[in-house]
Design a binder for this molecule. Structure first.
Ligand code: NAI
Length: 460
């Protein structure tokens, strides 16, 4: 055998699995088809989008908000090429970082597409690797929509929307999910008119409904135009058209002319060319690879993690699975508490949740108490001038155990970490309420929401 473990894919799931396995003493190879390591997240997902979200937020602050702080900046101008260069530099620093980590940990990297030939053989071009174990971590690709004439340019996906060379006059976003709202926010702040067409009657379907409703109100105020219950049936480019070069059609609506279209209707597992048929691994109805509680596929020495299996398509979920899967292969034990994996939307305000939503608890008939605290009543939020939103904690009505936490507001993505730890440790609302939170911090809202579960907030 060449290797103890071959990992296919070097995204957050795959590269973490490779590093953890190497730490545990395995001889590890990682196959990645792209020149740069890090997967969708580092190259064309989380990192570049957050870089642009940060830059666009600063542009907007300089244009509108700084004067409230008594800071006069004169005329503000957008330098899009520099903004894009900064984004690219943050990506390069991180992808190079993964390369360095592979070297440090002795992970052998193969460039090319990996194809499983049999349970112990993976081919990369002309190279054939033999191994004891395989981890599939090939991630996901954007889903297409019938009737949408995707060209990767005027009608493009999230990757396209990370690199528009000029600000579109009118951007139509198909799908009011995470990608649509994050990248929609970037271009809205930089000056585009942004219209979101969403099939469901709410945005961010799956998150706690109270947060979704609040978010919709806030985003509308920011200038987003929403059409909910809008089923998009087609999009095409139409060069001579007045009002933009693209036309988007949705059931029961007039066609919308616009300059660019962002298709963001979800992602699907990336399994093409992987050779699953060679080892008899079948996907489920949703195109995902079925695995047991230890990420084993129907072939016991072939594992799958991250976006190719069930669960939310999140980098940190894949990372947890990568590390745990390597530990299981090594020692036969590993466990992930999927209830303690947070989800964050990096709009302004940020939206974050962990554990169960109110809807899930109601459906399951679990008795719970909710405690809510608004950022409006928080000293630090006032000082920041960022008082929109609230923290909502859901605790079991009898045991007081924290079951869910949902936050919309400043730095919600950072604040949710405390709640995830609390859920992981089986904490009660009382535990959070009795823990000291530094003053003045936004985190005090979490403490106050915990106090609110028992009707005893101190600051509202
Ligand atoms: P999504 O699943 O979040 O949202 C897609 C939306 O498109 C849904 O609301 C759906 O109802 C809508 N849709 C589907 N068909 C439609 C049609 N014909 N017409 C109108 N609307 C339609 O998917 P999205 O935003 O593409 O993101 C893909 C994945 O990437 C998600 O799983 C997400 O978790 C992940 N992601 C996570 C981020 C984060 O954690 N901050 C950031 C970006 C992506």
């Amino acid at each position: 055998m060449n290797h103890d473990l071959v990992v296919i894919g070097a995204g957050p799931g795959g590269y973490i699995a490779a590093i953890r396995a190497a730490q545990l003493g395995m001889n590890v190879a990682c196959i990645e088809k792209e020149k740069d390591l890090g997967g969708t997240c580092l190259r064309v997902g989380c990192i570049p989008s957050k870089a642009l979200l940060e830059s666009s937020e600063r542009f907007e602050a300089a244009s509108h908000d700084l004067k409230k702080h008594g800071v006069k900046v004169g005329s503000v101008e957008l330098d899009l090429p520099t903004m894009m260069k900064r984004k690219d530099a943050s990506v390069t620093a991180l992808t190079k970082g993964v390369e360095g980590l592979f070297k440090k940990n002795g992970v052998t990297r193969y460039e090319g597409s990996g194809t499983i030939r049999d349970a112990n053989t993976v081919a990369v071009g002309d190279t054939v690797l033999t191994c004891k174990h395989i981890i599939i971590a090939t991630g996901s690709v954007p889903s297409m929509l019938p009737g949408v004439e995707f060209d990767g340019d005027l009608i493009g996906d999230s990757t396209t929307a990370l690199s528009y060379e000029k600000v579109p006059g009118h951007l139509v976003v198909i799908g009011g999910g995470v990608i649509g709202l994050e990248l929609g926010s970037v271009w809205l702040r930089l000056g585009s008119k942004v219209t979101v067409l969403e099939y469901m009657d709410q945005i961010l379907y799956g998150m706690d409904e109270e947060l979704c409703k609040e978010a919709l109100k806030i985003f509308k105020k920011q200038g987003f135009e929403f059409h909910l219950g809008a089923k998009v049936t087609g999009a095409r480019t139409s060069p001579a058209r007045k009002g933009g070069r693209c036309l988007v059609s949705a059931e029961g609506m007039d066609d919308i002319a616009c300059d660019r279209v962002l298709l963001s209707v979800g992602r699907k597992p990336h399994i093409e060319g992987l050779g699953l048929e060679n080892v008899g691994i079948a996907t489920n109805k949703r195109g995902r690879i079925p695995v047991n509680a230890h990420w084993q596929t129907s072939v016991p020495n072939i594992f799958a993690i991250g976006d190719v299996i069930e669960g939310p398509m999140l980098a940190h979920k894949a990372e947890e699975e990568g590390a745990a899967c390597a530990e299981f292969i090594h020692g036969g034990h590993a466990h992930i508490n999927y209830d303690a994996i947070p989800g964050v939307v990096y709009t302004h305000p940020e939206i974050a949740g962990v554990g169960k939503t109110e809807q899930q608890l109601r459906e399951a008939g679990v008795p719970f108490k909710a405690g809510k605290f608004s950022f409006m009543a928080n000293g630090r939020a006032r000082a920041l001038g960022d008082t929109t939103g609230f923290v909502k904690l859901l605790a079991h009505a009898e045991t007081d155990r924290l079951l869910g936490a949902h936050i919309i507001g400043p730095r919600a993505g950072d604040l949710i970490a405390e709640c995830a730890v609390a859920i992981e440790f089986g904490a009660s609302a009382e535990d959070i309420a009795r823990s000291s939170h530094a003053h003045p911090t936004l985190a005090e809202c979490v403490k106050e929401a915990a106090l609110a579960v028992h009707g005893r907030t101190l600051n509202s």
